[in-house]
Structure formats: structure tokens, C-alpha cells
Design a protein around this ligand. Sequence first.
Ligand SMILES: Cc1cc2nc3c(=O)[nH]c(=O)nc-3n(C[C@H](O)[C@H](O)[C@H](O)COP(=O)(O)OP(=O)(O)OC[C@H]3O[C@@H](n4cnc5c(N)ncnc54)[C@H](O)[C@@H]3O)c2cc1C
Length: 298
Amino acid sequence: MNIEANKNLAPFTTFGIGGPADLLFHAKSSEELARIVLTAKELEVPYFLMGKGANLLIGDRGFRGLMIICEIAGIDFLDDNIVRAGSGVATYPNLITATVEKGLGGLHHFAGIPSTVGGAMWQNLHFLSPAPDRSRTIFIAEVVQSARILSETDGIRIVDKSYFKFAYDYSILHDQKDIVLSVDFVLKHGSPQKLHQTMKENLDWRKSRHPDLIKFGSVGSIFKKIEGIGAGRLIDLCGLKGKMHGGAQIFERHANIIINRGAATASDVRALIDLAQVTVAKEQGYELVPEITFVGEF
Ligand SMILES: Cc1cc2nc3c(=O)[nH]c(=O)nc-3n(C[C@H](O)[C@H](O)[C@H](O)COP(=O)(O)OP(=O)(O)OC[C@H]3O[C@@H](n4cnc5c(N)ncnc54)[C@H](O)[C@@H]3O)c2cc1C
């Protein structure tokens, strides 16, 4: 097993922020992942599992323990409309492109969102229903059939969708340290042309509203949705769009997003999060609750 010491985590996140992990391991198979987790438990080494780091803010002082990056690969078509994907597979482009090529729809709604299959299960990945109405939220839970997990208590087992208790930005994985190894998705046949059309519209939507990740790191929305109002709108109403702290900035086009303008630290991001929370509470009377996960020492 190739375990690296004192490894900077910033390059493994979409924010491009985060100090060193004492230990770092890239798990390339279910067997490797199960083995390293059992070893960490036996040796009482704290561990954390990450995918693309697209929903994490890792502290500037890093993570004391073992960071495991989930890179379990594999996309297998089991049946006419069922696909099994390893939990380290990128939903976009890898899994979505492979399924759309077969004329299978369901996952295509999530084109352009950085995620692994495991991260998508954790947070119940979601996006709006296709244009022009965009009136409904579509969740990845809608196409999950079952999953193979390394359970916190019972070893490796197969569980069905209901096990995950999916809700908005929630699955049971928030409260139980189970690890997803692979997921079976049940998809619907559709015209490849129509699937491509929806993907293109969703990608265009993102391009016009979200930062270009190649230029500016981010983790998408920072705060949980506030039904009927919008966390971003509240921050905007307080005049905080464009506000900077060190290398971090509240994004000009969408105030629920913070971007890394190049040399942002986790403390810079935390300062903007605090500022938004305090100002919105004072001026608008709403509590902003972060939807991202804070990892390690700040
Ligand atoms: C530009 C941008 C746009 C975004 N837009 C959206 C959007 O439209 N909709 C949306 O829902 N999200 C969006 N996000 C947030 C993010 O893409 C999702 O939360 C994504 O699912 C995170 O996946 P990840 O692999 O990066 O997980 P990570 O951020 O690495 O980890 C997130 C959590 O998942 C857990 N986890 C990871 N792998 C496993 C596994 N195998 N088993 C168990 N737990 C695991 C981790 O322990 C951690 O707690 C956006 C992010 C960015 C950067």
C-alpha cells in the first residue's frame, strides 16, 4: 500500500484550498478501501474519505490522520437499463457520457456538476428539471436502485435505496460512517438527441451562473437553500456580492458561491462565511446554515 506522508490536500479539492494530511492514500478498488479503513480502525488512526472534494472546505492546518481519496473505478451495464458504477467514478463526464451514449437517461440532468458517485450519494446530488420550466428539483435518489457498502457495523453488504433515507442535501451517510463501494442505477431509455439537448442546456445554464472552475476554485453553493427566498438573494440584499477577504470573494454573479481568486486560504473563506451569516441575521433576520463540510484543523 502506497501511503504518502505530509501531503498537501489543496490540489485534491475543487476549491484548491487545504493544508496537509498526515497521511494520504488513493483507494483504487473496494478491496483496497475496505483494507485501509479496517487498518485505520485497528490502529485507531482518524480517517476521512473524500471524492473530488467538491463539497469540502479543508482547514489551512490540514488533517491530523489518514485522508483517503476514493478512486474506485468501473462502469458496467448489467441489464437493458441498469448500470453499476464504482463509487470513485466521476458522475460527469464519465458516468453520464457512458449512459447517454447508450441512450439511457436519468443521470444526464447532473451534467457539469463535479462529483464522484460516492459524494453524490452522500449529499443526494440534485439539479433543476429541464428547461424551460425548471420548476422541480431532480435528485440522484430517483435513479438509485441499490448499493454495495462497507457498513460501519456489519462489513460489506448490499442495501437498497430506502436504506439511505434520502432527503434534500441529505442521506443516512451524514449520520453513519458507512462507505459506498458501488451503486446500481436504474435508468430510462430516451432519445440520445433529447438527452444531449438537456445536457447542453444544463451546461449553458451553469456557464452563465457559476464560476469557471478552471479559473476560480469553488464548492458551489455554500449555504443551504432557504425555501422561497434563496440564501444567495439574502446575501445580495445585504450588499455583499463581490466582497473580498484575502484571496476569497463572494461571487459577483451568484452570492451563495465563494470563489478562490488564486491564493485564498480556508481562513479567508471562513471569514466571508462568518460575515454573510452575521450580516444576514442582523439585516434580514434569517439564519444561514452551511451545506458544505468543514474538515480538519483551521
Ligand atoms: C461548481 C460547483 C457546482 C456545484 N453544483 C451542484 C449542484 O448543482 N447540485 C448539487 O447537488 N451539488 C452541487 N455542487 C456540490 C458538489 O458537486 C456535490 O456535493 C458533490 O456530490 C460532491 O461530490 P464529491 O465526490 O466531490 O464529494 P466530496 O466533496 O469529496 O465529499 C463530500 C462528502 O461525501 C462523502 N463521501 C465521498 N465519497 C464517499 C463514499 N464513497 N462513501 C461514503 N461517503 C462518501 C465524504 O466523506 C464527504 O462527507 C457543486 C459544486 C461545485 C464545485
